[in-house]
Design a binder for this molecule. Structure first.
Ligand code: ADP
Ligand code: MG
Length: 579
């Protein structure tokens, strides 16, 4: 006797629905995508009891005629795909013809739809995947879908749903993802009679601001890159706006929101050293790529994609984010970018010595600033930011405040530098260069310092000796489990060698990394932190000028390696507001 039965449709649908519909937010996502594919210009979502009681989506899209309204709930029924090859040139959000079949398997559905080409609309009611009622109705063009009592027929799954707060959060997340990538559509989201979002059609930056509030206006840096047929466009957040919580990171491929840790990593890598540990920046990037170079049919929810050349996408994103950050970091908002190359050139010669002030005459420095102002003046001819004929500008000297801050007027802005953070950045960049040959940047110790370790620490130190040397330490192995330090990097007069070497060891142990590049990074970070000149140090005019110049020669002049701001800019309006 045969023991194999064909499962009834409703059961097969229920099983299959498990993959597509995990929670109320999955329904919101699928229905929103259908409305977008149906060319809707206005989409309204109404939520009751976090979607557990009902989810209603109203659109003004192309609608369906009676035949399609009946068909759309059958599994694998779609108007978006006709033959196998179409899978490789998908332009719509949907294509698998599964969503409505799944929705009707796990909720009670009411569909009201009217095609633009028909005089009447139709209302269909479904339960357990079966049409139980069908009426001709008077209704506007477009489609309304109401899904009620989610998982009414699968109590186990209904019990599995999370609290209303959490489920609503998921719904809002899906809503935002759709709204961000479709800024040409008006969206409304209503929860229990209160309007959470009412988003008017606009450009991307305005859409971002209307979703995430006004303060984002000042936090966005645009990001654009093109390589052959691949383009990347969007915005990234300024490093100082990074947050400890996730949720504001968006990557889209051909307008489809995707989750991809590898690509997330390429963005975070660019922010390394610019934001504090564990913080994560805002970003929204749209990758446009030929649809034959990406496979979106990996998973029923379609948030995973497979690229033909993922490494290429990784490096394109990385370089475009790097470039945007660099442009922003080295340029205070005052069109200051024009002069940066000048400063860079000017300081290159004396980048060798931390006490640059000793080797550079004040005269030379002054000329550099003059050149800078000249150049900026040319670039900003209309803005009249700088007046080079004005002697005040030429003699505009930095001043130290409380031995902690340096004030410097630049055009109509006052730059306030945090001396300690600036030093950390300058030293960090100097030490990271890795071009220092063994001893050329060393200054000889009067008395060699001997340090003895236990055997396991000695193994670690032995491994990192080449890295330590590359910073300018004259360091040798000395007998069993010991080293000797004969010289330290130039400019580091006040350091305790033993303490520094021990802190290298400590940090390497704490970070427990086996990657060579990581170790070097840890050593550089530790040294720039330990070696930076402490607060409360009186600086000469030359020292202040040198610090400012050297800072702007750094790649990330705006932030210290631990993510603190090196300087702030105060414009007239900021200062006036204080009165
Ligand atoms: P898919 O989106 O993958 O095609 P769905 O199950 O989501 O599968 O939808 C099935 C079909 O129903 C769609 O292909 C489309 O023709 C039709 N449809 C669904 N929602 C709408 C809508 N809001 N407006 C017009 N047609 C729709
Ligand atoms: Mg769909």
């Amino acid at each position: 006797m045969s023991i194999i039965n064909k499962l009834p449709n409703s059961v097969a649908n229920q099983i299959a629905a498990g993959e597509v519909i995990q929670r109320p937010a999955s329904i919101v996502k699928e229905l929103l995508e259908n409305s977008i594919d149906a060319e809707a210009k206005n989409i309204k979502v109404i939520i009751k009891d976090a979607g557990k009681q009902s989810i209603t989506i109203i659109d003004d899209g192309i609608g369906m005629n009676l035949e399609d309204a009946r068909k759309c709930f059958s599994r694998h029924s779609t108007s978006k795909l006709k033959k196998a090859e179409d899978l490789f040139k998908i332009k719509t959000m949907g294509f698998r013809g599964e969503a409505l079949a799944s929705v009707s398997a796990v909720t009670e559905v009411v569909l009201k739809t009217k095609s633009r080409c028909e005089d009447f609309g139709y209302e269909l009611k479904l339960k357990n995947s079966e049409i139980i009622e069908e009426n001709q109705v008077n209704t506007k063009d477009g489609t309304t879908i109401i899904t009620k009592n989610l998982f009414f027929n699968i109590p186990a799954r209904r019990n599995f749903l999370k609290s209303n707060n959490i489920e609503l959060r998921h719904i809002i997340d899906e809503f935002i993802r759709c709204a961000l990538s479709n800024n040409n559509i008006n969206f409304i989201l209503i929860n229990e009679d209160s309007e959470i979002f009412n988003l008017k059609k606009s450009n991307l930056s305005k859409r971002i601001i209307s979703i995430f509030k006004k303060k984002y206006e000042k936090q966005l840096i645009s990001c654009n890159e093109k390589f052959g047929a691949i383009s990347i466009n969007g915005f990234i957040g300024k490093p100082e706006s990074a947050k400890k919580t996730r949720g504001e990171q968006f990557i889209y491929v051909n307008n489809r929101f995707i989750k991809n840790n590898y690509l997330n990593h390429s963005i975070l890598k660019s922010y390394e050293g610019l934001i504090e540990d564990k913080k994560i920046p805002f970003y929204i990037l749209f990758i446009d790529i030929n649809s034959d170079q990406v496979d979106v049919n990996i998973h029923p929810t379609k948030t995973e994609v497979k690229f033909e050349d993922e490494k290429l996408i990784y490096s394109l994103i990385n370089s475009s984010v790097n470039r945007s950050l660099e442009k922003y970091n080295i340029s205070p908002s005052l069109n200051f970018d024009a002069d940066i190359n000048f400063v860079k050139k000017a300081v290159v010669n004396y980048d060798q010595n931390i006490n640059a002030s000793k080797t550079i005459s004040h005269l030379e420095k002054k000329t550099n600033w003059d050149e800078i102002f000249n150049k900026v003046k040319i670039e900003n001819i209309d803005n009249k930011l700088f007046d080079i004929n004005n002697d005040d500008e030429k003699d505009n000297k930095p001043v130290q405040f409380l031995d902690i801050f340096i004030f410097k007027q630049l055009g109509e802005k006052l730059l306030v530098f945090n001396h300690k953070n600036c030093q950390e950045r300058i030293l960090h960049d100097k030490f990271s260069k890795n071009t220092l040959s063994s001893y050329s940047n060393s200054q000889q110790n009067l008395f060699p310092q001997y340090i003895e370790f236990n055997s396991s620490d000695y193994e670690i130190i032995k491994n990192i000796i080449p890295d330590i040397r590359s910073l300018g330490f004259n360091i040798e192995i000395f007998g069993k489990n010991s080293i000797v330090i004969n010289g330290i990097p130039t400019g580091l007069d006040d350091i305790n060698e033993k303490e520094i070497i021990e802190s290298f060891l400590e940090e390497i142990k704490n970070n427990n990394s086996d990657i060579k590049a990581e170790k070097k990074k840890i050593i550089v970070n530790t040294l720039s932190k330990k070696a930076r000149i402490t607060n409360n140090k009186k600086l000469t005019l030359e020292e202040m000028n040198s610090i400012i110049d050297r800072l702007f020669a750094c790649k990330n002049s705006k932030y210290s390696p631990s993510g603190k701001q090196n300087y702030i800019e105060l414009g007239i309006e900021n200062i006036e507001n204080l009165f």
